[in-house]
Each structure stands twice: as C-alpha cells, then as structure tokens.
Write a protein that binds this ligand. Structure first.
Ligand SMILES: Nc1nc2c(ncn2[C@@H]2O[C@H](COP(=O)(O)OP(=O)(O)O)[C@@H](O)[C@H]2O)c(=O)[nH]1
Ligand SMILES: Nc1ncnc2c1ncn2[C@@H]1O[C@H](COP(=O)(O)OP(=O)(O)O)[C@@H](O)[C@H]1O
Length: 197
C-alpha cells in the first residue's frame, strides 16, 4: 500500500472518521465550544485556516490562524493549496488542503470551523463530510455575545450581524443543529457526533 508523506499507512476510507464541519453565525460561540472540547480531547484535530484578517489581541500566527497578506492569499488560491476559501465580512479565509487530507488518511477525527460558504464548498467536494450548525438560543443572545466579546468595532459588528441573518436562514442545509446554550453540553454532543466519545 502506498505510504503518505508522513510515512504512515493510510487508514481505508470506509473506516475513517468523517470530516466534520462546524459553522454558525459570528459570536454564537464556535471558538469557545471548540476550545473547551479540545482541552479534554486534544486528539481532535482542528484545521488552522489562513486569513487576511488582522490578529485580535492575544491571537498568534499558526495557532488561531495563519495571518497572511492579500498577496500571500492570492498565491495560496492560485496554487490550489486551499481545500476551500471564502470572503467573509471583508476578509478572506481558507482551509489549507494538505494537512486536512493527511490527517484524514491517518484516520484522525478532523474538524473544520468555517463559514456557510465554506461549508457548502466542502459538501460539494467531500460529500461524506458531516455538516454541523451551531445556533444561538435566540437572536438577542447572539447580539449580546457578539457585542459583549468586545473584539470588533460597531461597523464590523453590523456586517457580521448582516452575515448572521444569511447564515441562520441556511440552517436546514446542515445535517445537525446544536443550540449553544451550554458550552459543556454542546462540546459533548459534538464529540459524540465525531465518534470521539
Ligand atoms: N470558508 C471559511 N471560513 C472560515 C475559515 N476560517 C474561519 N472561517 C469563518 O470566518 C468567519 C469569521 O471568523 P473570525 O474572523 O475568526 O470571527 P469569529 O468567528 O466571529 O471569531 C467565521 O464564520 C469562521 O467560521 C476558512 O478557512 N474558510
Ligand atoms: N454557551 C454560552 N453562553 C454564554 N456565552 C457564551 C457561550 N458560548 C460562547 N459565549 C461567549 O460568546 C462570545 C462569542 O463566542 P466565540 O466563541 O468568540 O464565538 P464565534 O467563534 O462563534 O465567533 C464570547 O464572549 C464567549 O465567551
């Protein structure tokens, strides 16, 4: 059997964990849920995306994102290095292809935290992926969380809330919806969907 570039024997596709995509409006709590989940289960592999967005205080290159320039993003796209990419609220975001494929071939549970457009593209290119939608308990609570996070200027919050309306209307396209009332509960449900628990 052919070896992967990591030198391991690929796990046959029928027994690999499914690729899992987590999407949901900005501020719903995706990063919080994923961080909680990975604290207990570091074996879940989370793809680190490339973005042209500027780092928030405390964000580190290679941890939350690979922070790239517009030119670098152009090259990643032109060279086919991204599994998918999308423009969201004025910045571009994309999933590096190679690491995802390697981890899936190694049989590891792989999670992508990406926007609705990206989720649709993954569904097209990898129909076996499971799409999970993280929903807020209410619109008012979403506004409260996004505003309360305090990381965006008011006009950026407005753009993200406009995008959130579009994302919420697409919930039915997803295989599963989890409502983020309790971070612990949602993290457990996500782990179960990924067959980690
Ligand atoms: N399509 C796509 N969307 C991404 C990617 N990485 C992050 N996103 C999404 O881009 C949106 C904005 O992310 P970010 O600026 O970190 O804001 P936050 O999600 O509100 O913390 C979110 O919906 C992310 O899920 C990616 O690689 N591809
Ligand atoms: N279940 C929850 N209950 C209350 N607040 C939450 C919950 N989940 C996340 N938050 C808060 O909501 C804000 C946005 O969460 P974040 O994880 O940054 O969202 P996203 O990654 O989806 O943009 C943060 O201040 C976070 O602490």
């Amino acid at each position: 059997m052919a070896a992967t570039s990591r030198g391991t024997t690929p796990v046959p596709p029928d027994v690999r964990p499914r690729l899992t995509v987590l999407s949901g409006p900005s501020g719903v709590g995706k990063s919080t849920v994923v961080a909680h989940m990975r604290k207990e289960h570091p074996e879940v592999w989370l793809s680190v995306s490339a973005t042209t967005r500027k780092p928030r205080p405390g964000e580190k290159h290679g941890v939350q994102y690979f922070f790239v320039s517009d030119d670098e993003m152009d090259k990643l796209i032109a060279n086919g290095e991204l599994l998918e990419w999308a423009e969201f609220a004025g910045n571009r975001y994309g999933t590096p292809r190679r690491a995802v494929i390697e981890r899936l071939e190694a049989g590891e549970p792989v999670l992508l935290e990406i926007d609705l457009q990206g989720a649709r593209l993954v569904r097209e290119s990898m129909p076996e992926a499971q799409l999970v939608f993280l929903a807020p308990p209410s619109w008012e609570e979403l506004v409260r969380r996004l505003t309360g996070r305090g990381t965006e200027a008011p006009e950026v919050i407005e753009r993200r809330l406009a995008a959130a309306k579009v994302e919420l209307a697409a919930e039915a396209e997803f295989d599963t919806t989890l409502v983020n009332t309790s971070v612990e509960d949602v993290a457990r449900e996500l782990l179960a969907l990924m067959k980690v628990l």
